[in-house]
Design a protein around this ligand. Structure first.
Ligand SMILES: [Ca+2]
Ligand SMILES: [Ca+2]
Ligand SMILES: [Ca+2]
Ligand SMILES: [Ca+2]
Length: 430
């Protein structure tokens, strides 16, 4: 199996309120734009502008996005085998300041996430990763200015492979679910100071490469999905619901075909219930969530998704979740139809890296952009979403009446908290 990882993509109900606010603004803008022109409407084929590459001091394998200096502009962090975390502060117009080494550690870091693990200081975003050599979870505490304090390590387990953050006991402190790229998965409850309690097994005995974490049943604690497609695996997505105290219930299997490697949470049909998308060695499926911790039958999709890194976003700005895959020859874009299905894949040019790209909104438009590590040239490349190859103009259409936003009341009731914003992981639907 290739190094094939992704950070957590989903958001809990509380956190989803934040994205819904953004979606409301996005949708309103789209409707206004539709209503304005009376003559022919020129459309364009979705895609990305040519990549702009920023040099980094070290080779990067992974990227993640967050606002590391609190200026409400999306920044990029790049990591690589050197153990350094380099931050590129975003200017908000799609460009970035030069990369600076924001933190370093002695060993290789893998599978990074971003979140706020220090409950006393919600204004900073930290980087959460693992040290597989030392068998530890490693946190780079953010200083709030784009740099990080000295890394904090907590012993985890031998050959720890991933640490996916979530709040599994609903105490407001970020915990991590650690795996060893084998059959061991454990929970480490957060102490709120960048350290974690000793690992306790989840009880799941299948293959656990990387956890998909979100609140699948809406009870306030984060739940877990594993793509059990590894050696000797069941070729199923296994869902384990949190008991709210750091323990989990029995695994519920969902048949998804052969070889799922990841099960990523996101909302693909805009019903505000968490769904799952699998990514694997061949094609994948979407499991639409029912909101009670169970999922509908698998909806298969076809994509150029063999041995590539996925990230989720809304790259055409229509309010529907899309998927972008890095591939050995560039990238592939699957635009969501808003019902769990996707349009035919569209290829786009991207640096051939094999590293983990991430999504973020780097400029002021309504579309998610991409950042791709350029392993060969020690840099990261930014791809701003926009028009790819221009398509033929469409005939004028009569403007549709404004769509009634059913969830408006719910959004008003839920006050997004800064801390919850900070918990959105790099590579999420941004
Ligand atoms: Ca917790
Ligand atoms: Ca739950
Ligand atoms: Ca859904
Ligand atoms: Ca979309």
């Amino acid at each position: 199996m290739n190094t094939f990882v992704s950070p957590r993509f989903g958001m809990s109900r509380r956190r989803r309120a934040v994205s819904l606010l953004a979606a409301a603004a996005l949708t309103s803008g789209a409707l206004a734009a539709t209503a304005a022109p009376a003559s022919a409407v020129t459309t364009c084929k979705p895609g990305f502008a040519p990549a702009v590459t920023y040099r980094t001091a070290n080779m990067s394998l992974y990227t993640a996005t967050a606002d590391f200096n609190g200026d409400h502009r999306t920044d990029v962090v790049a990591y690589g085998p050197s153990g350094t975390a380099e931050v590129l502060l975003g200017k908000g117009d799609g460009t970035f300041r030069p990369a600076v080494i924001a933190g370093s550690a002695s060993a290789v870091m893998t599978v990074p996430s971003v979140g706020s693990v220090n409950s006393d200081d919600d204004n900073t975003v930290d980087v959460i990763t693992v040290d597989p050599v030392g068998g530890a979870v490693r946190v780079f505490p953010g200083n709030g200015d784009g740099t990080f304090a000295t890394a904090i390590s907590t012993p985890a387990m031998a050959n720890v492979f991933s640490a996916v953050p979530g709040d599994f006991n609903a105490d407001g402190r970020l915990d991590v679910l650690v795996t060893d790229n084998g059959n061991t998965s454990s929970i480490m409850l957060g102490e709120g100071d960048g350290t974690f309690q000793a690992p306790v097994g989840t009880g799941f005995t299948g293959y656990s490469y990387l956890a998909g974490v979100d609140d699948f049943d809406g009870d306030g604690d984060d739940d877990v999905a594993f793509a059990d497609g590894g050696p000797g695996g069941s070729s199923a997505v296994q869902v384990i619901l949190s008991n709210g105290d750091g323990s989990f219930g029995p695994a519920a299997p969902y048949a998804v075909g052969t070889g799922p490697v990841l099960a990523l949470p996101a909302d693909f049909n805009n019903d505000h219930e968490v769904d799952l998308i699998t990514v694997g060695m061949s094609d994948g499926v979407v499991l639409l969530g029912k909101g009670d911790g169970t999922f509908q039958d698998a909806l298969p999709y076809t994509g150029n998704n063999a041995m590539v890194w996925p990230t989720l976003g809304d790259y055409d700005g229509d309010g529907r979740t899309d998927v972008a895959f890095a591939s050995p020859t560039g990238g592939s874009l699957l635009l969501g139809k808003g019902n769990g299905a996707f349009q035919a894949p569209v290829t786009f040019k991207a640096p051939t890296s094999g590293g983990m790209m991430a999504s973020g909104r780097f400029n002021a438009d309504s579309k998610s952009d991409l950042v791709v590590p350029s392993m060969s040239s020690s840099g990261v490349s930014v791809l701003l979403a926009g028009c790819g190859t221009p398509a033929a103009p469409k005939p004028a259409v009569k403007p549709k009446p404004a769509v009634k936003l059913k969830w408006k009341t719910k959004v008003k009731l839920e006050k997004p908290k800064l801390k919850e914003i900070k918990k959105v992981r790099g590579g999420g639907v941004k």
